[in-house]
Design a binder for this molecule. Structure first.
Ligand code: CP3
Length: 348
């Protein structure tokens, strides 16, 4: 493997010495960039995901335009349930929709246990192509949804506020829930291993809906499967990042799941979490994404606060506490990146 020109992100994941804090942004390849919207105007979202040339093009855009220290492959977590046979629609403004959600054994019986190296080969091709086109400039991150977050969408059928259907399922039919989580876990472990094999330098597991569970339920329905996947991923030194939104009550347990890095949302304090678990894992995050609505002076203040909260030394990857919002001015994102690059030198 050729050596990366900028490997700050990978070194920070392993808590090795760095000259400054690396930064990437969740959803950095997205609608806030006019260059993304230009590609998106010509193709629908899923076609972009399934066309390696288009996926590679938008993956690299934020590296050229915003200057982040890592690329994340353009794709979506919901292509996994799609490959299991669920018909997926992405609606402008309404988000993803599955018209035939899974509510009982009968709905679940036709779900396919598929081979990601075949059915999701288009993602693996996108990874290899992007890796080639990045030309060793920065590392490339592959990702998957966690089993719990994927099951939430499969059962709700769309975004939700109360999550009534998935909660109904786990309380009335935990056996079916566990059966499906088990199946998703096996697929995801193979899928993430294949992404690494195709060239991903690190992988991130998104547990966006971990935080809707009580602490005990989180352990039973989400964390157990995340740990299982991590133990099964075939990797050499490639870091695993877990972003579990809203699970402030479980950071200690989360730090033992086998991940190299834990991603935090903006409601948590980097300092408190570092004091608790910072000797075991690196931390990623956690600027409130809406700070980018503010003026540059505010962005700078909050960058410094975030850096101070983590403190001196390696083991911090700067990011937002969740994805960048589609109506953010790209100039602000650019400013954020330059500010982190400049201000973080003092912390190393
Ligand atoms: O981070 C990146 O730049 C890589 C690409 C990426 C996308 N989705 C592209 C995308 C990643 C890592 C994801 C993950 C994802 N997808 C998650 C987990 C992270 C999180 O944000 O919590 C979830 C829950 C999804 C499911 C999903 N996909 C939703 C809820 C939506 C609608 C969002 C919205 O605001 O409309 C999507 C669509 C989607 N995925 C878009 C992008 C760029 C927008 C689609 C478009 O261009 O029309």
């Amino acid at each position: 493997m050729t050596k990366l020109k900028n490997d700050l992100f990978l070194r920070a994941c392993k808590r090795k010495k760095i000259e400054r804090t690396p930064i990437w942004i969740m959803r950095q390849a997205g609608r806030y960039l006019p260059e993304y919207r230009a590609v998106r105007k010509k193709s629908d979202f899923l076609t972009m995901c399934k066309t390696p040339e288009l996926a590679a093009e938008v993956t690299i855009q934020p590296i050229d335009i915003i200057g982040t220290d890592a690329a994340i492959i353009f794709s979506d977590i919901l292509i996994v349930p799609e490959a299991m046979g669920m018909h997926l629609e992405m609606h402008e403004g309404k988000g993803p929709i599955f018209h035939h959600p899974i509510r009982n054994e009968n709905d679940a019986k036709d779900l396919k246990i598929f081979d990601p190296t075949k059915e999701l080969k288009y993602v693996l091709d996108a990874v290899s192509l992007t890796k080639k086109e990045l030309n060793s400039r920065v590392p490339l991150i592959g990702f998957s949804g966690s089993p719990w977050t994927l099951l939430t969408y499969m059962v709700e059928g769309k975004g939700s506020k109360s999550f009534s259907e998935i909660k109904r399922l786990i309380y009335n039919n935990p056996k079916l829930a566990h059966n499906l989580l088990e199946k998703l876990s096996s697929i995801i472990a193979i899928y993430l291993s294949a992404k690494i094999e195709a060239g991903a330098d690190a992988v991130q597991i998104f547990d966006t809906w971990g935080g809707i569970l009580s602490p005990n339920d989180f352990e039973e329905f989400s964390l157990y499967y995340i740990s299982k996947i991590i133990s099964e991923i075939k990797r050499k030194d490639e870091p695993v990042i877990v972003f579990a939104k809203g699970v402030h009550y479980k950071t200690k347990k989360l730090s033992k799941c086998g991940a190299d890095v834990i991603g935090l949302d903006w409601t948590m304090s980097l300092k408190n979490v570092r004091d608790e678990i910072g000797k075991d894992v690196a931390l990623q995050g956690n600027l409130d994404p809406t700070v980018l609505y503010g003026p540059k002076s505010k962005i700078k203040d909050e960058v410094i606060n975030t850096l101070k909260s983590f403190g001196e030394g390696s083991g911090h990857i700067f990011n937002l506490g969740h994805g960048i919002l589609p109506d953010i001015d790209p100039e602000k994102a650019k400013y954020l990146v330059s500010c982190v690059k400049e201000e973080s030198k003092k912390f190393h």
